[in-house]
Ligand binder design. Structure first.
Ligand SMILES: [Fe+2]
Ligand SMILES: [Fe+2]
Length: 196
């Protein structure tokens, strides 16, 4: 991808990328790049600033290989309550931790980018369009096993809200089938999209 595509944020993107590459496993870093490229493409498709999508996506999992304690300590700096589900599994705070790090260590003040990183795991009712793109890109990047040609084609004609609704509904169905807990934030987001 050409750095000119990044609308003046290429130096910042390069710094976050270098950090992520240095601290993450190779597999995780490759996931980040695929999510960033997917977010870039989706931003262009839905009329959003693609460089902001790329930046949020390249940062979204940058804290995921930290210890639970470090993730929780960083996440607490956002001043929000830790939910019961997050308290049960501290690694679920890795998005909130990454948003804090992006703001404090990388100087990002764009609230949509920070929200997109913070809520990428569960989504959030009323989240901004950039958050929707990053949420979806994380789940439909080409390395995901469910991303067959047919599944990918079934998403092509959807609006951004329809895409979030489909990906969210499929994700919740998968979690329920496996007997895993579904975050109330995700359930609320799906209900809000169903009631549009
Ligand atoms: Fe994540
Ligand atoms: Fe991810």
């Amino acid at each position: 991808m050409d750095t000119e595509d990044f609308n003046g944020s290429s130096a910042l993107i390069a710094r976050v990328k270098d950090y992520a590459k240095a601290v993450l496993t190779k597999e995780r870093y490759e996931h980040l790049v695929r999510v960033a490229e997917t977010a870039f493409r989706l931003c262009k498709k839905y009329g959003l600033d693609a460089s902001r999508g790329y930046l949020a996506a390249i940062a979204h999992d940058m804290c995921k290989d930290m210890s639970d304690e470090k993730i929780a300590a960083l996440a607490r700096e956002d001043g929000k309550a830790i939910t019961p589900l997050e308290a049960q599994k501290l690694s679920l705070l890795h998005g909130r931790a990454a948003a804090v790090m992006l703001r404090v260590d990388f100087g990002v003040t764009d609230n949509d980018i920070l929200q997109a990183v913070a809520v990428h795991t569960f989504g959030e009712e009323g989240m901004c369009s950039l958050s929707k793109v990053v949420y979806v890109a994380d789940k439909i990047e080409p390395g995901r096993p469910q991303m067959t040609k047919a599944y990918s084609a079934s998403l092509e004609s959807l609006s951004l809200d329809e895409l979030v609704e489909k990906v969210l509904a499929d994700g919740i169905a998968y979690l329920k089938k496996k007997g895993c807990a579904v975050a109330p934030e995700s359930e609320r987001l799906l209900r809000s999209l169903n009631c549009r």
